[in-house]
Design a protein around this ligand. Structure first.
Ligand code: NAD
Ligand code: UDX
Length: 465
């Protein structure tokens, strides 16, 4: 079976870039990305590719090349389902905010809606691909929903989790460490697996395409994110001890990272991990383990989140303590609001929680981020419902110029590791600030020695220098 028509439900941070790359690498396949969100689709179709809704280095160029040729963005979900041989489900699966499993389980309502819609619309056999990150055994629920339609249509369900990281999505999609495809061991299941393998084989070496059963594939995605987040929490868990003992976390990370069994990646101490995946997926893993009565497994992974929450709170508290135990009425500049560099995504960004904590203490915050617009900063704060939107607007200003953000500030908090921060005129910033001018580098990004030579007081994470 050779695939020539693909549809992807969900035009977000995964659906958009992933399908753009499939369209680029497979010009013989028509790829249609659909979404209920009309504004989002309109932005993907904006004639000026700089206005597409997801910022990723290299993405706009690929969209410019493939859009209108074999890449299409549409709100007509049913037409796209009808036409496709293979349907990727790439909708959001956030943590539940209500009912059983509130605050831990994944909310699968959008997945179920997709399954029901596919079952209703499909007139011929389809391969359904789980691209969203899902709890292990979700494919069995999807199968249950779609096989009782009585339409005679046959469906195969594959799990094909996405491992891209935001900010490097295009590189990750272009040359992934591996692509994982889980399918049924039945002959029909294996035909479906082969069809998806052939799509990826257009640009990915066969040895990097791993095939497993569906359940291993679903669980591997949660496990990969849990392991990655655990590394960040592990290194962060030692930052406080470094600060107390004059050890330096960057030196410790370098020392342990040269052990080939440990490896150097993902050992950067920080104000805490953010992003839409790590917390959500670990909470989900914890919930699943508890639902099977596996208390020790659940407790083990929950600690990764507890440590991350502690790190964010600790950073904010350290700022307050260092600012003579009061930030009331003091201007604090935030450099960065996105959860990491090279993305406009702010979901679960540590900056949101640090801001919330400082706002309790009635600080005046001034935010600059090169890619995050003002409305998003307020939307993030309003979502916390800690205070009214009017109060958030009063406490937080969003500016488009970093020098304006820092002018007359008592302190600067570096919350995202944007490269451009390194190249600022730091003497000019120092001159414009209230003294003593303080920098709390939540990313260990800046050259602390150079800044101290100018006159700044600098606090990095995990070091007493
Ligand atoms: P997103 O919120 O950016 O995009 C999801 C889109 O799906 C939204 O635009 C929403 O309007 C649309 N949608 C929801 N229900 C729909 C429906 N019934 N019909 C049509 N459209 C619908 O989410 P995302 O970041 O792209 O993540 C999608 C999935 O991929 C999640 O399960 C996530 O865990 C997983 N994932 C995300 C990343 C990442 O870096 N963001 C990486 C790997 C995996
Ligand atoms: C993550 C996974 O890496 C990716 O494989 C998965 O598909 C989606 O979730 P993402 O959240 O986009 O990707 O970015 P990632 O690079 O993993 O960073 C997550 C958070 O951890 C960021 O806030 C980042 O700043 C932080 N981090 C990462 C650290 O604090 N230190 C590190 O050493 C690495």
């Amino acid at each position: 079976m050779s695939i020539t028509r693909i549809c992807c439900i969900g035009a977000g941070y995964v659906g958009g870039p992933t399908m753009a790359v499939i369209a680029k690498k497979c010009p013989h396949i028509k790829v249609t990305v659909v979404d209920l969100n009309e504004q989002r689709i309109a932005a993907w179709n904006d004639p000026d590719v700089n206005n597409i809704p997801v910022y990723e280095p290299g993405l706009s160029e690929v969209v410019a090349e493939a859009r209108g040729r074999n890449l299409f963005f549409s709100t007509d979900v049913e037409a796209a389902i009808d036409e496709a041989q293979m349907i990727f489900i790439s909708v959001n699966t956030p943590t539940k905010t209500y009912g059983a499993g509130k605050g831990q389980a994944a909310d699968l309502k959008w997945i179920e809606l997709c399954a029901r819609q596919i079952a209703r619309v499909a007139k011929d056999d389809k391969i359904i691909v789980e691209k969203s990150t899902l709890p292990v055994r979700t494919a069995s629920a999807i199968r249950d929903i779609i096989t009782h339609t009585g339409s005679g249509v046959h469906f195969q369900i594959l799990s094909n989790p996405e491992f891209l990281a935001e900010g490097t999505a295009m590189e990750d999609l272009d040359a992934p460490d591996r692509v994982l495809i889980g399918g049924d061991s039945t002959p029909e299941g294996q035909v479906a697996v082969k069809a998806l393998v052939e799509v990826y084989a257009n640009w990915i070496p066969q040895e990097r395409i791993l095939t497993t059963n569906v359940w291993s594939s679903e669980l591997s995605k949660l496990t990969a994110n849990a392991f990655l987040a655990q590394r960040v929490s592990s290194i962060n868990s030692l930052t406080e001890l470094c600060e107390k003992t004059e050890a330096d976390i960057s030196e410790v990370a370098r020392a342990i990272g040269t052990d080939s069994r440990i490896g150097p990646k993902f050992l950067k101490a920080s104000v805490g991990f953010g992003g839409s995946c790590f917390q959500k997926d670990i909470l989900n893993l914890v919930y699943i383990a508890r639902s099977y009565g596996l208390q020790e497994t659940a407790d083990y992974w929950e600690q990764v989140i507890i440590m991350n929450d502690h790190q964010k709170k600790r950073f904010a508290n350290q700022m307050i303590k260092n600012l003579y135990n009061t930030v009331n009425g003091k201007k604090i500049a935030f450099l960065g609001w996105a959860f990491k560099k090279d993305t406009n995504d702010t979901r679960e960004s540590a900056a949101i929680y640090v801001a919330d904590h400082l706002l309790y203490e009635q600080a005046d915050i001034s935010v600059y981020d090169p890619k995050v617009p003002e409305r998003q900063v307020y939307a993030d704060l309003d979502y916390l419902v800690s205070r009214s939107p009017e109060e958030n607007k009063k406490g937080v200003k969003v500016v488009e110029d970093p020098y304006e953000a820092c002018k007359d500030a008592h302190a600067i908090a570096v919350l995202t590791e944007w490269e451009e921060f390194k190249n600022y005129d730091w003497q000019r910033i120092y001159d414009s600030m209230l003294k003593p001018a303080k920098i709390f580098d939540g990313r260990n990004l800046l050259d602390a020695e150079k800044l101290r030579a100018i006159g700044f007081q600098v606090r990095s994470i995990g070091s007493t220098l």
